[in-house]
Design a protein around this ligand. Structure first.
Ligand SMILES: [Zn+2]
Length: 384
């Protein structure tokens, strides 16, 4: 712990050795980076004191192996990706600050990004740093999945807020943003083949009062992200090493979808975007093929927007009243030789996991309907 004194980094790096002195930081401090580290260099440059004149630009390093490169100018910060540093793993980095200059080396571009975020913490608030403390850090994460979940369906947040959140996630090296985009209380992502999802499903007539959930405010509440906005967020996250996992709920938590396309429900009519919290008994019909055609159309667009390995489908909290009373759902139970409605829920999720698997993606979900198998198996495979 003694070696940690004077260096405050969250989460705590694997190894920290404080050195003597400090590296002066000024508007003249240069940032140099090889091609693979250019994204990290652009971010780092934005956190340094503003250079006079045109915006500060990182300088590219010549593409020679590090030992044969000319020495960096005094006082510069040099970022490099060294794929021979397999000891650092997928996300690790080595960072060294001395009075003569600083280096960040990652085994991958993502490792360099995390090293840059450590420098950002050492720099303090943007543009205020005058020195960096001399220190040697070697760091790699304990956990491959470091996530933050945000439900924008019940409470909508605009894109600048989302970007700020992702930027702060990256500051703390959280690498997975779980974006909960659909719910009973609102559908928040534009689907071009199904425009009513946002024309109708993105607006609810009222919202429960924070101080008394049994009462509502009778105020219309709406918001959604266009596909261009989604692309912007995914790109912004990607530049910071953050993967976005979209959550598209099924078969429960789908009342906003039912309000938009009532034929997706067992009774086929009478749905509205929910104005109260809690688990809703109106769910997607598991008997009709139109439900799966709908989900596949939606997910085709979602897959194009989100390049990450996982799509989260919720999958839990699916009351069975509607399925029990539905001839289509009962016919499905019979034709698939399922024991009951619980098995129908598992069949539903397995079917969607199979569809996603055929497109190279993993399904994430919660609770008994999913059984954890799809998510867990896929994650181990991805991480192994
Ligand atoms: Zn049904």
């Amino acid at each position: 712990m003694h070696a940690m004194s004077g260096v405050a980094v969250i989460p705590r790096p694997v190894a920290v050795t404080s050195g003597a002195g400090a590296l002066p930081i000024s508007a003249d401090t240069e940032v140099l980076a090889d091609r693979d580290s250019a994204a990290a260099a652009r971010l780092l440059a934005s956190w340094l004191p503003a250079a006079a004149g045109p915006a500060r630009r990182p300088r590219p390093l010549p593409p020679a192996p590090a030992p044969r490169r000319a020495p960096a100018p005094p006082g510069a910060i040099v970022l490099t990706t060294d794929t021979t540093r397999t000891d650092l793993g997928d996300e690790g980095y080595a960072l060294s600050v001395a009075p003569q200059g600083a280096t960040v080396t990652g085994g991958t571009p993502r490792g360099v990004l995390w090293g840059a975020q450590t420098l950002r913490q050492l720099l303090g608030p943007p543009g205020t740093a005058t020195t960096l403390p001399a220190v040697d850090i070697v760091d790699h994460p304990r956990f491959a999945w470091r996530g933050l979940h945000l439900d924008v369906a019940r409470h909508f947040f605009p894109v600048p807020f989302i970007e700020r959140l992702i930027d702060l996630m990256a500051l703390y090296k959280l690498n997975t943003f779980h974006w909960h985009l659909t719910e009973d209380q609102g559908w928040r992502i534009e689907i071009r083949s199904r425009p009513r999802l946002t024309e109708t499903g993105a607006r609810r007539a009222a919202t429960p009062l924070p101080q008394d959930r049994t009462q509502t405010d009778d105020t219309s509440y709406a918001g959604h992200y266009t596909q261009d906005e989604v692309r912007r967020v995914v790109a912004y996250a990607g530049e910071r090493g953050v993967t976005v996992v979209p959550e598209i709920e099924m078969p429960g938590h789908s009342q906003a979808a039912l309000a938009s396309y009532p034929e997706l429900g067992c009774t086929g009519s009478g749905y509205e975007v929910a104005t109260t919290w809690g688990i809703k008994s109106d769910v997607l019909c598991a008997g009709r093929e139109t439900t799966f055609a709908f989900l596949e159309e939606v997910l085709e667009e979602v897959l194009e927007l989100f390049p990450g390995p996982f799509i989260h489908v919720g999958g839990d909290e699916c009351p069975k009243q509607a399925w029990r009373a539905c001839a289509h759902c009962q016919a499905r139970i019979a034709s698939e030789r399922l024991a009951d409605e619980d098995e129908l829920q598992s069949w539903f999720i397995r079917r969607m996991a199979g569809w996603l698997g055929g497109r190279g993606r993993g399904l994430g979900g919660l609770g008994g309907g999913v059984g954890g198998a799809a998510w867990g198996r896929r994650r181990r495979a991805t991480m192994g």
